[in-house]
Write a protein that binds this ligand. Structure first.
Ligand SMILES: C[S@@+](CC[C@H](N)C(=O)[O-])C[C@H]1O[C@@H](n2cnc3c(N)ncnc32)[C@H](O)[C@@H]1O
Length: 249
C-alpha cells in the first residue's frame, strides 16, 4: 500500500501545491499556534512528518524555527525543497524513517496520519516520531474521526480551468474495514497536449482510543485532544477533525 500512497501524491503534487495548502493551513495554523506553537522555545527544531509540499514548513521557518520534513512522495518533496530552500527535506516513509538528530517538537497535518492504513503501522509511526524527539518534546497532529468519514467522503468536486481540470469522486466509507477512498482524475495541458493522471487516495478512520493507546505504547503522555470546530476551524475542513498534542515521556 505504501507504493500506492507514494504514486498517489507524486501524480497529485502539482494540483496539491497549487490548491490544497492555503485554505487548510490558514485555518489550522491558528489552532496549532494556540495548542502547540505557543509552548515551543524560540528557534526550536521541528520535524514535520508527511510534510507535503512544505507549506507548513514555510510558516514555521518564518517564525524562526528550524524545520526538517519527511514525506514518502519524491515529487511532494521536490516541491517542498523548491518552496522552502531553508528547510531540510527527506523522502522517507513515516513508518520506518530514522534521522540522526533529535528534535524539540514534531507536527503532522491535514489528516496525513489517516493515510496510514493499519493500526500496527500507526503504532510504528508514533514509535519512529518518539525516537526522533527529545524527552518532553511536543508532537501535534490532526486526524479525522468518524463524523468526517460518515458525511464528507461520499461527495464529489470538480475544478475546471483553461489549462487544467480536476475531479474528485468520493467513494464513501466502508464501515467494516473503516477505510475511505476517493478517486482523483486530473488533466493538464502541457506543451499543447492534454495529459491525464488518475489517483486513488485511501484513508483509515481510527477511534480516539486507538490513537491514544498507540501514542502511549510509543512513549507519549499528557495527551490532549481538541475538536477543530470548537477551535474555530469552520466548514467541512473542521468537521470530525481533532487536533492532538502529546508529550514525549
Ligand atoms: C494530505 S497530504 C498533507 C501534506 C502536508 N502535511 C500538509 O499539511 O499539507 C498527505 C501527505 O502524506 C504523505 N504520506 C502518506 N503516507 C505516508 C507515509 N507512509 N510516509 C510518509 N508520508 C506519507 C503523502 O505523500 C502526502 O504528502
Amino acid at each position: 500500500m505504501l507504493g500506492e500512497a507514494m504514486a498517489a501524491y507524486d501524480d497529485f503534487a502539482w494540483f496539491y501545491d497549487r490548491y490544497w495548502n492555503e485554505e487548510f493551513h490558514s485555518l489550522a495554523f491558528p489552532i496549532l499556534e494556540r495548542v502547540w506553537l505557543a509552548r515551543l522555545a524560540e528557534r526550536a527544531s521541528v520535524l514535520d512528518v508527511c510534510c507535503g509540499t512544505g507549506y507548513l514548513a514555510g510558516m514555521l521557518l518564518a517564525r524562526g524555527h528550524l524545520v526538517t520534513g519527511i514525506d514518502c512522495s519524491p515529487v511532494m518533496i521536490e516541491y517542498a525543497r523548491e518552496n522552502q530552500p531553508s528547510g531540510v527535506f527527506h523522502v522517507a516513509d513515516a513508518t520506518t524513517f530514522q534521522l540522526p538528530e533529535s528534535f524539540d517538537a514534531a507536527v503532522s497535518t491535514f489528516d496525513s496520519l489517516n493515510h496510514i492504513l493499519a493500526l500496527k503501522d500507526l503504532q510504528a509511526v508514533f514509535r519512529r516520531v518518539a525516537a526522533a524527539l527529545k524527552p518532553g518534546a511536543l508532537f501535534a497532529f490532526d486526524m479525522l474521526l468518524d463524523d468526517a468519514y460518515r458525511t464528507n467522503w461520499g461527495q464529489s468536486f470538480a475544478l475546471v480551468r483553461d489549462d487544467h481540470v480536476l475531479t474528485i469522486t468520493g467513494s464513501g466509507f466502508d464501515f467494516r474495514s473503516r477505510k475511505a477512498r476517493c478517486t482523483i482524475t486530473m488533466f493538464r495541458l502541457i506543451a499543447g497536449a492534454w495529459q491525464r493522471a488518475d489517483v486513488t487516495i485511501y484513508e483509515r478512520c481510527y477511534t480516539g482510543k486507538e490513537i491514544s493507546g498507540a501514542l502511549e505504547q510509543a512513549g507519549f503522555g499528557e495527551i490532549s485532544c481538541y475538536d477543530a470546530g470548537d477551535l474555530g476551524m469552520s466548514g467541512q475542513l473542521g468537521e470530525g477533525r481533532t487536533f492532538i498534542v502529546a508529550a514525549r515521556q
